[in-house]
Design a protein around this ligand. Structure first.
Ligand code: NAP
Ligand code: GDD
Length: 375
């Protein structure tokens, strides 16, 4: 199916209407007259798919930026979300991002696109800096230019609200535990460094240009749509393959690392809540509970009546040059100020992932068909 871009005429008509209304003062019920539009970069990723579903249920018109000529994930996205509106563009290409913002005329932009697999950031450090770091600059610049905001802070044409997908990986070698919005950063990977750049740049555009630009510092969040390279999904797929007799072993790296794991479907709601506030404020989003990779193995293998000790082999190939040993969120500011709380607990999340992979593989499916790529 071809990529469907919003037609030029529709987008221009809307921008003229908006411009006229801005000139003549926006009536208080303007937002009710024009439905809200969101542009999501990274819509083909785990979070992009959940966020698109969530915003659609909230009545938004959702647009997604997709890269490449024959991106195989576009078909999967269409199967999942039906008639999503997709715009071609790449965070490496400033012109394409400006053009996407011009065409969509969004009320909100969610920048979820990134090279997000931490080990890949050592293998392709420069590319990670370009996409995960400078990509944030390109999206912010597109919003600034399209909103007519000048360096002198002269008022622009209305506010496009911006969400940046910051990461707990920025805390790295943690200075305190649990981590709050005030905890200093000490990133341990080129990915973490690139995210810290994007985080500070978002703060800087807020302070320099008065933009409504916020970062959500999200801790690890997972789901049956998680990429197969990440440890939770690698384990849920591994358990399913062992249970169904396709494999006998699962090779992993550091089993003592601890993470604060939550459900991706819960976390996208926090992104939207952050853009719905009166003031732009950054929040830490996590569960406040931490588990080791060993705990994760214990739960996942038990779901299939297996003992992980019979199957897991430690492989030095999966040990990282520098590790983040332990992450644990203090999400109290998000709970108290924007009313966000996670709903799904760790045990339910892991059971859901293992059961989904058992079902997928026993019906002849592959990891790639469930949104994650095999790694
Ligand atoms: P993901 O599944 O890896 O998705 C990454 C997305 O970025 C994909 O849609 C990918 O598109 C897109 N992308 C990569 N390079 C691009 C480029 N040059 N131009 C445009 N798009 C590009 O990641 P996720 O788990 O959904 O996470 C979403 C965001 O949150 C990421 O920024 C991640 O770093 C951040 N984050 C995630 C977590 C987590 O635990 N999941 C925690 C904290 C922060 P293709 O389909 O074309 O590859
Ligand atoms: N991927 C992977 N594969 N991780 C393993 C393995 C393995 O075979 N064995 C042990 N681990 C350990 C890693 O060393 C790490 O300490 C932990 O499992 C989690 O690894 P990932 O699932 O790859 O996630 P991450 O914490 O490195 O990064 C994710 O969370 C960040 C937020 O803290 C990603 O989603 C990032 O994009 C995100 O920003």
């Amino acid at each position: 199916m071809p990529i469907c871009c919003r037609d030029e005429a529709g987008s221009l008509a809307r921008s003229r209407v908006t411009a006229r209304l801005v000139a003549a003062e926006r009536p208080p019920n303007l937002e009710a007259i024009l439905s809200r539009r969101a542009l999501i970069t990274g819509i083909t990723g785990q979070d992009g798919s959940y966020l698109a579903e969530y915003l659609t249920t909230q009545g938004y018109e959702v647009f997604g930026l997709v890269r490449g000529q024959r991106n195989p994930r576009v078909r999967q996205l269409r199967q999942l979300l039906g008639d999503v509106r997709l715009i071609r563009g790449d965070l490496l290409d400033q012109g394409s991002v400006i053009s996407a913002v011009e065409r969509v005329q969004p009320d909100e932009v969610y920048n979820l696109a990134a090279i997000s697999y931490v080990p890949m950031s050592w293998a392709q450090a420069e590319l990670t800096g370009e996409v995960t770091g400078l990509g944030v600059l390109r999206v912010l610049e597109a919003i600034r230019v399209c909103s007519g905001i000048s360096a002198s802070r002269s008022p622009g044409r209305g506010q496009i609200r911006f969400y940046q997908a910051s990461s707990s990986e920025m805390f790295g070698m943690v200075r305190e535990s649990p981590q709050t919005e005030q905890t200093p950063f000490h990133p341990r990977s080129p990915y973490g460094v690139a995210k810290a750049y994007g985080h500070f740049l978002t703060q800087n555009y807020r302070e320099s240009y008065g933009m409504f630009a916020v970062s959500g510092i999200l801790f690890n969040h997972e789901s049956p749509r998680r990429g197969a390279e990440f440890v939770t999904r690698k384990i849920s797929l591994g358990v399913a393959k062992i249970k169904l007799g396709y494999e006998r072993q699962l090779r992993l790296g550091n089993l003592s690392a601890r993470r604060d794991w939550g459900f991706a479907g819960d976390y996208v709601g926090a992104m939207a809540l952050m853009l719905g506030q009166d003031e732009p404020v950054d929040y830490v989003i996590g569960t406040g509970v931490t588990h080791s990779v060993e705990d994760l193995l214990d739960h996942a293998f038990k779901v299939a009546d297996l003992d992980w000790r019979d199957h897991v082999v430690t492989d030095a190939a999966f040990i990282r040059p520098a590790e983040v040993d332990k992450l644990c969120a203090d999400p109290s500011a998000a709970r108290e100020q924007i009313g966000w709380e996670p709903k799904m607990a760790f045990e339910e999340l892991i059971a859901t992932m293992v059961e989904a992979d058992l079902e997928l593989l026993s019906s002849g499916g592959h990891a790639e068909e469930s949104f994650g790529d095999a790694w």
